[in-house]
Design a protein around this ligand. Structure first.
Ligand code: FUC
Ligand code: CA
Length: 954
C-alpha cells in the first residue's frame, strides 16, 4: 500500500494542529515549523515545505552555515582552557583525590568551552518565497500537500478561481540544486513573486542581493565568523513577462503556465583543521553556485527530476519492510514505493508529469486518512492501519537519514538532521543545542540504522567527521590529559585524541562549560563503535586497514596510556580492577565518580573491537598481548591462582597495579604488561547490585543508593532518567547478549527500573534494548509509545523538540526486532561464531505476518525475511563475501529449517554441507550453520530434507 511511503495532509503547515509538547523552541512559529512542515534534502542543501496557500514558503538550510570556530575570535582554539586542564595536571589531581576522598569529587575544573559565540550554532539560511498573490478571501478547494518518501518529492496541489495549481519540490543530489516546479491548469494563469530572503535573525555583513532578468544572486558573510555564503536562483518559465520586484529583492513572473525555479547555495566552509575554509573569494563562491544553477537549467526540469528520482531510488529501494499481517496466505512482497509511474524509470517522462498528480490519485483510490489524522488515530486504529503507520515511520527514518547525510555531504546529520528554522549566533541561543553533533548518544543514534538498512553510503560524512576530530582532539587530549602528539603524526601513531559531548564543524572538542553535561570523553570510543560497524557489515579489509583501524588504535592507546587507572575499590571478585578516572554517567547521578559503567563499557567495546581488528589485520601483536584466559589451560603444573605469579609456565594474570602512576602521571612499573587484552580483562564493566540490577556506578548498592542506604546524589528517583548509559553493553554494544542469562536478568531489572517513559531518543534506546533482550512485545509497546507520544504530525521525532535521533533510533529498533547479528557463540570445537545471524529475534504478536527485503547483517549478508503466523516462512540470504554463516531463528527455531535452494548469478545449484546444531548455553538453542560462496543466494525454508547431516554439538 502506498500509504507506507507517502505523507499527506489536507491543510498547510500553519493550519495543521500541533500535537504534544513544543520543547525548548516554545509555542509559536518554530513549533508550527517543527510539527507541520515536510523535509526534503540531498545531504547538503535542504528545505522544509510549508504548503501555504497564497504565499508558499520553503525554509532553506545549507549544512555548513554555522557560526563559531575560526574567525569568531582571534584566539579561537576549539574552546580548550589550558588554565583549567593544565596539561593533564587537573585530571591527575582529581584522579588522586578519588582514591583518597572516596566516592566523588568536585570536577569543576575539567571544563572549558566558555565562549558560546566561539562555539557557535547551526543557522537557518532563510526562505524561498513563492507569493501567488491570491485575494485574501479567495476560495480554495481540493487542497492537499504530500511528501513521497520513495521519490523524495514534496508536492502541493490546490484549486483557486477555477484554476488548479501544482507545485513539486525536490532537492537533487546529482545536480546539487533545489528544484521547484510550478504549474497552472489554465494557460497564463501563473503569476508569482519569487524571493529568497535570508533569515531575519542572521547577523551578516556585506549582504547583497542582485536580480538580473530571471536570475537572483545573494552573497555575504556571517558577522560572527566571516563565513562566506552565496545563493543563486534562476527561473525558467514560459512567462509573458519577467521583472524584478519593486524592492529589487525578487523576481515577478506573470502570465506563465509553468515555471521551474532552481536554487543552489553554498558556503566557503571546508572540513579542514585549523582554518575550516576553502579559501574561495566571494566571486569564486558566487561563480560556484551560479555554475550549478546554469548547468541544471541547461538540463531542464524533466531530466533533472528523472535523475533525482533515479538517484534517490537507487538507495531508498535497497530496503523495504511490510509489517502488515498476511491473512491471505500469499507471498508478502514489500512495496518499495513503486507507485511512481513506470516512466520515472524508463526515461520517457511525460513533459506534463507532475508528482503532485500522483498523490491525488493515490489518495482518491484509497480511503486512507491524511497522515496527521492517521497518526492521531493510531491508538484506536485497525491493526492494518497500525501496521501501516509503523511501517511508514520505519521508512521515514531511512528517508531522513538519506536526506540529511549523503556520501558527499561535508558534515554528518546534525541534531536536527539538517533542518532548522532558527538562527542565532550563540551556541545556546535558539536552535536547540545549536543543532550540534552531540556525542553522548545523539549522533551515534542518528546512524544506528544505517548499515542494517542499506545506507552505508550515508555514513561517509560520519567517518570524515570522526577523522576530523583527531587533530583538534589531540589538542584537547594534550590540555586535559597531558597526551602530547607531535604535529604531523599520522592517525594511529599519535598519543591520542579526545572530544566531549558538544561538537561543532570547527573542531570544538573541548569539554563543555559545565562538567555535568560537558565532560564525556567516552563519546569518542562510542562513535568509533559506529565507525567499526562499517567493517563488520562490509567485511572490507582495505577499509579496515586504511580508515578504521588507525582511528581505533590511537584511541585505544590513549585510554591505555592516559585514562585507565587502578580503581580505588576492588571488582566483584575482590581483585583490583581498572576504571577511567573522573567520570559522569550522562547526564545523571553523582558528578565525578571513579569511573562508571558507561565508560568502562565503552572502553571495553573499544578494546574489544581494536583487538579484533588488529588480529584480523595481523598487526600490533605486542600491543594486543596474549590471551590471558588461555594460559592456565596450557600450564603443565596445575597451579592455584596465587602460585600463578611465580609459575614459569603461566602468563601472570593481568593486574591493575600495572597501571599505577606517580603524581606526574608516569607509570610506576614501566615494563609491566599493559597490553590491550590485559586492560580488557581488568575492566569488568558489569557489576550487579543488591537489587539484581546492573549498577550504573560501582559504588551503587541497591538501585540508586549508596552503601549507607542513602540515595546517590543526583539520582533521579522521581522521574526515570532518559539516558540508560549503563546498558550500552546491551545496545549498541556486544557485552551483554541473550546468551548470558544472569546479566540479561540484571539488564531486565535495570530496564524495568528505568521504566518506559522517556524523551524521543530515550524511548528509541529502550526499544532497541528490549529488542536485544528478545522481548518483542515489550519492544512493540515502545513502538506504540513512540508513535503515540513522541511523533509530531509531520512524523518528525519529538524529544521534544524535534531531533532526528528519535526517528533514526525508531528505524534501528524495528530492524533489531527483525534481525540481529552482534552476538557470539562458541561451539564444542571451540569455534567462535562471531556475529551469528539471529532471525526474527524479537517478533511481537502484533506482527504475526510480514516481510522485510534487503536488510543487511554483519558478515556481509543481505536478507529477505518472510514470516507468517508468528514464524519464519522463508529466508533468502545473499552472501556478499562468502563467509560461513550461522543462523539462529528466533521465531521458528533453526532445527526446523534447512537450505532448500542455492543460486549463483548463473542460476546453478551446488551441494552444501549444512549442519543443524544444538548449542547449549543458558538453555537450548539450535543453529543452522553452513559455508557460503560469494555472490550466492541461499533460500532457507522449513525442513525438507536437503541438509546432508544433523549433528549435535553438545
Ligand atoms: C543529550 C540529552 C538531551 C538532549 C541533548 C541534545 O545531552 O541528554 O536530552 O537530547 O543531548
Ligand atoms: Ca561487534
Amino acid at each position: 500500500m502506498s500509504g507506507t511511503h507517502i505523507l499527506w495532509y489536507a491543510q498547510p503547515a500553519t493550519q495543521t494542529p500541533v500535537r504534544g509538547e513544543a520543547g525548548c523552541v516554545g509555542e509559536g512559529p518554530h513549533n508550527v515549523w517543527q510539527q507541520g512542515t515536510l523535509p526534503i534534502g540531498n545531504g547538503r542543501l535542504g528545505a522544509t515545505v510549508w504548503g501555504e496557500i497564497a504565499t508558499e514558503r520553503l525554509t532553506l538550510n545549507e549544512e555548513t552555515l554555522w557560526t563559531g570556530g575560526p574567525g569568531s575570535s582571534p584566539t579561537y582554539c576549539g574552546g580548550n582552557d589550558a588554565l583549567r586542564g593544565r596539561y593533564g595536571a587537573t585530571l591527575r589531581e582529581l584522579n588522586h583525590q578519588l582514591g583518597v576522598d572516596g566516592a566523588s569529587i568536585d570536577p569543576r575544573n575539567l571544563t572549558g568551552g566558555h565562549e558560546p559565540l566561539e562555539q557557535g550554532s547551526y543557522q537557518c539560511w532563510g526562505d524561498l518565497i513563492l507569493d501567488y498573490g491570491f485575494e485574501s478571501d479567495a476560495k480554495v478547494t481540493d487542497y492537499h500537500r504530500s511528501l513521497d518518501l520513495a521519490t523524495a518529492v514534496a508536492s502541493v496541489r490546490l484549486s483557486c478561481g477555477g484554476v488548479t495549481y501544482t507545485r513539486d519540490f525536490a532537492v537533487s543530489h546529482p545536480d546539487q540544486v533545489l528544484i521547484a516546479h510550478l504549474t497552472a491548469s489554465a494557460p497564463g494563469a501563473l503569476n508569482v513573486y519569487i524571493g529568497a530572503p535570508m533569515h531575519p535573525d542572521l547577523h551578516t555583513t556585506g549582504l547583497r542581493t542582485v536580480v538580473d532578468g530571471s536570475e537572483l544572486t545573494t552573497t555575504g558573510q556571517l558577522a560572527n565568523n566571516g563565513l562566506r555564503f552565496a545563493l543563486s536562483l534562476q527561473v525558467l518559465s514560459d512567462a509573458a513577462e519577467r521583472t524584478a520586484s519593486e524592492d529589487g529583492a525578487g523576481i515577478v513572473i506573470s502570465g506563465a503556465t509553468s515555471a521551474t525555479i532552481l536554487v543552489a547555495a553554498a558556503t566557503d566552509y571546508e572540513q579542514h583543521y585549523p582554518h575550516y575554509r576553502s579559501g574561495e573569494s566571494e566571486a569564486e563562491l558566487r561563480a560556484r553556485v551560479m555554475r550549478r544553477v546554469s548547468k541544471a537549467a541547461a538540463k531542464g526540469y524533466r531530466a533533472l527530476l528523472q535523475d533525482h528520482i533515479a538517484d534517490h531510488q537507487a538507495l531508498y529501494r535497497r530496503v523495504a519492510v511490510d509489517l502488515e499481517a498476511e491473512e491471505s496466505g500469499q507471498a508478502c512482497v514489500p512495496d518499495c514505493g513503486e507507485t511512481a509511474p513506470e516512466s520515472h524509470q524508463s526515461g520517457d517522462l511525460d513533459a506534463e508529469l507532475r508528482p503532485s498528480d500522483l498523490l491525488s490519485s493515490a489518495a482518491r483510490s484509497s480511503d486512507c486518512l491524511p497522515s496527521d489524522l492517521l497518526l492521531a488515530s493510531y491508538p484506536e486504529a485497525s491493526p492494518a492501519e497500525q501496521r501501516s503507520i509503523e511501517t511508514l515511520a520505519f521508512h521515514y527514518g531511512r528517508y531522513l537519514l538519506m536526506a540529511a547525510s549523503r556520501e558527499d555531504s561535508q558534515l554528518p546529520a546534525n541534531l536536527q538532521g539538517m533542518w532548522s528554522s532558527t538562527a542565532h549566533d550563540h551556541a545556546h541561543g535558539q536552535t536547540p543545542w545549536g543543532a550540534d553533533f552531540h556525542l553522548n548518544v545523539n549522533l551515534q543514534m542518528a546512524y544506528w540504522p544505517a548499515y542494517a538498512t542499506g545506507l552505508a553510503p550515508c555514513t561517509v560524512p560520519l567517518w570524515s567527521f570522526v577523522r576530523g576530530l583527531v587533530e583538534p582532539g589531540r589538542l584537547t587530549a594534550q590540555i586535559y590529559a597531558g597526551a602530547i602528539t607531535p604535529a604531523g603524526t599520522p592517525i594511529g601513531e599519535g598519543e591520542g585524541y579526545m572530544a566531549h559531548t558538544e561538537n561543532t564543524p570547527f573542531g570544538w572538542t573541548t569539554p563543555g562549560e559545565e562538567f555535568s553535561w560537558g565532560w564525556s570523553p567516552a563519546g569518542v570510543p562510542w562513535i568509533l563503535h559506529n565507525v567499526y560497524e562499517a567493517y563488520e557489515y562490509s567485511c572490507d579489509e582495505t577499509l579496515l586497514r586504511e580508515e578504521i583501524y588507525p582511528l581505533l588504535k590511537e584511541q585505544a592507546h590513549f585510554y591505555n596510556e592516559y585514562m585507565l587507572q587502578p580503581a580505588p575499590f576492588n571488582g566483584e571478585g575482590g581483585q583490583a580492577r581498572l576504571v577511567t578516572g573522573v567520570a559522569y554517567s550522562p547526564e545523571h547521578g553523582p558528578v565525578g565518580t571513579a569511573g562508571n559503567t558507561y565508560e568502562n563499557t565503552l572502553i571495553w567495546q573499544l578494546l574489544h573491537d581494536t583487538i579484533e581488528a588488529a588480529t584480523l589485520l595481523g598487526v600490533d601483536s605486542e600491543l594486543v598481548g596474549d590471551i590471558p584466559e588461555q594460559c592456565p589451560q596450557d600450564c603443565p603444573q596445575d597451579c592455584s591462582r596465587d602460585q600463578q605469579q611465580e609459575c614459569p609456565h603461566h602468563c601472570p594474570p593481568p593486574t591493575a597495579e600495572n597501571w599505577a602512576r606517580d603524581e606526574n602521571g608516569a607509570f610506576l612499573h614501566p615494563a609491566a604488561d599493559r597490553s590491550w587484552r590485559s586492560a580488557l580483562a581488568l575492566l569488568e564493566p558489569i557489576e550487579i547490585g543488591s537489587e539484581g540490577q546492573i549498577k550504573e556506578w560501582y559504588h551503587e548498592q541497591a538501585l540508586g543508593k549508596q552503601a549507607d542506604g542513602n540515595w546517590l546524589p543526583g539520582y533521579q528517583r522521581d522521574h526515570h532518567h532518559r539516558h540508560i548509559s549503563h546498558l550500552l553493553g546491551l545496545y549498541p554494544g556486544d557485552l551483554i547478549t541473550v546468551d548470558q542469562s544472569h546479566v540479561l536478568q540484571a539488564a531486565t531489572v535495570s530496564l524495568r527500573a528505568r521504566g518506559d517513559e522517556a524523551t524521543g531518543w530515550g524511548l528509541a534506546h529502550r526499544l532497541l534494548c528490549w529488542a536485544r533482550m528478545g522481548e518483542g512485545d515489550h519492544a512493540h509497546a515502545l513502538v506504540r509509545r513512540m508513535l503515540t507520544l513522541a511523533t509530531y504530525p509531520n512524523f518528525f521525532g519529538a524529544h521534544p523538540p524535534f531531533q532526528i535521533d528519535g526517528n533514526c533510533g525508531y528505524t534501528a529498533g524495528v530492524t533489531e526486532m527483525l534481525l540481529q547479528s552482534n552476538a557470539t557463540f562458541v561451539d564444542t570445537s571451540q569455534r567462535s561464531w562471531t556475529n551469528y545471524l539471529h532471525i526474527l529475534p524479537a517478533l511481537p504478536q502484533a506482527w504475526a505476518g510480514g516481510c522485510a527485503r534487503g536488510l543487511e547483517a554483519r558478515g556481509a549478508f543481505r536478507l529477505d525475511i518472510h514470516w507468517r503466523e508468528g514464524e519464519l516462512d522463508t529466508l533468502v540470504l545473499t552472501s556478499e563475501q562468502g563467509r560461513d554463516v550461522a543462523l539462529r531463528i528466533g521465531a521458528g527455531g533453526a532445527e526446523h529449517y534447512a537450505v532448500a535452494e542455492i543460486h549463483s548469478s548463473e542460476g546453478r545449484m551446488t551441494e552444501l554441507e549444512c549442519l543443524v546444531s544444538r548449542w547449549v548455553s543458558d538453555g537450548e538453542h539450535w543453529l543452522l550453520t553452513f559455508p557460503t560462496r560469494c555472490g550466492y543466494t541461499y533460500t532457507i525454508r522449513r525442513q525438507n530434507g536437503r541438509c546432508s547431516e544433523v549433528r549435535h554439538l553438545v
